[in-house]
Design a protein around this ligand. Structure first.
Ligand code: IMP
Length: 184
């Protein structure tokens, strides 16, 4: 399918993201203060930049693991059917776990992952999402910590892609199709 032309309008600056992560890390440190070793689980691939910045702000002993769930493919709509493409390497039974998600949209991905990890009996299971689109939610799930609530826009950057592109932008931007501008 040919790619429609688009531009990216900055929505959240790299500086605002860094400041927000610093504040979130303080709250997370307080929550997991008495933990021997926290397991921080990044949901691939969108959370890889966020988790890298977040763990470096957490002055705690942490172990990092990753899980990959299918969701959007290369499109702009959730498939609503979540499959685990890559499971954790480590055991989480009896451990304190923090799941790190890039965006909670319909909520199907996070809901599925929380049920799966919950069935493995962690001592504590908490979640953080950099972005939340509450108006898009189709499940009851909510992350324990949220970086920014955003409107129903398709966003990219800071690890988040559109058809595998734009993950390396240092800020969050929204996709604007320029052929729509031409029609307006
Ligand atoms: P959910 O299962 O509908 O909550 O979707 C969660 C996943 O969809 C996120 O982890 C992202 O990978 C992807 N996603 C949701 N919204 C966007 C977006 O605006 N841009 C890029 N990916 C998105």
């Amino acid at each position: 399918m040919p790619q429609r032309p688009y531009v990216i309008d900055e929505m959240i600056s790299a500086k605002s993201i860094a400041a927000r992560i610093e504040a979130l890390a303080r709250e997370i440190r307080a929550e997991f203060d008495d933990t021997d070793k926290l397991v921080v689980v990044g949901l691939l691939r969108g959370s890889f930049v966020f988790i890298a910045d977040l763990v470096r702000e957490l002055d705690l002993p942490v172990e990092v693991d990753f899980l990959e769930a299918s969701s959007y493919g290369d499109g702009m709509e959730s498939s609503r059917e979540v499959r685990i493409l890559k499971d954790l390497r480590g055991q989480i039974e009896g451990r304190d776990v923090l799941v790190v998600e890039d965006i909670v949209d319909t909520g199907f991905t996070l809901d599925h992952v929380l049920h799966l990890l919950g069935s493995r009996h962690p001592a504590k299971l908490k979640t953080i999402a950099l972005l939340d689109k509450p108006t898009r939610r189709e499940t009851g799930v909510r992350a324990d910590w949220i970086g920014f609530e955003i409107p129903d826009e398709f966003v990219v950057g800071y690890g988040i892609d559109f058809a595998q592109r734009n993950r390396n932008l240092p800020y969050i931007g929204k996709v604007r199709f320029t052929d729509e501008d031409a029609l307006a």
